[in-house]
Design a protein around this ligand. Sequence first.
Ligand SMILES: N[C@@H](CCC(=O)N[C@@H](CS)C(=O)NCC(=O)O)C(=O)O
Length: 158
Amino acid sequence: MECDLQNKSEELVTLNPYGKVPVLVDGDTVIYESAVINEYLDEKFPEVPLMPNDLAQRAQVRIWIDFCNTRLQAAAGNIRHDHEVEKNRKRLAEHLATLDEQMAGKDFIVDDYSLADITYVPFFTRKDHYKVSIGDEFPNVKRWRERLLERPKVKSTP
Ligand SMILES: N[C@@H](CCC(=O)N[C@@H](CS)C(=O)NCC(=O)O)C(=O)O
């Protein structure tokens, strides 16, 4: 569902007690929190698997999803909302450095393309909102971003 976040509808707050988007309504099922929505969709459509089979790799995917949501996006969101901008710019640079190390010599963050890579796409497509540039100081993240944004499904998503 789409909604005005400055003027939240009652419907949004009823569907998601956190009052945030995204929210997925699938028949009688209501799901919020993007990581949970993504896992639900992955399990609902097993013909396009986006989680590895290996248990340890599945755990790695969840670790990098958590890193994106609780660290990278948290710092980026604070910058976007003008909250402690300098402190959060520093944090964001540290998180990008961590990611750059993780991405060394890799095409995707854990083994093959997975929900972990997908989780970073909104950050990469909206990076200008966060006043961040991903240049040669983060060469592995830069290549990974370009690789993800070239994917047809990512390109065709508004
Ligand atoms: N952890 C949540 C974060 C969702 C989130 O922060 N959404 C923002 C828009 S991108 C929002 O709804 N903000 C409105 C608010 O916090 O009041 C998720 O991954 O779904």
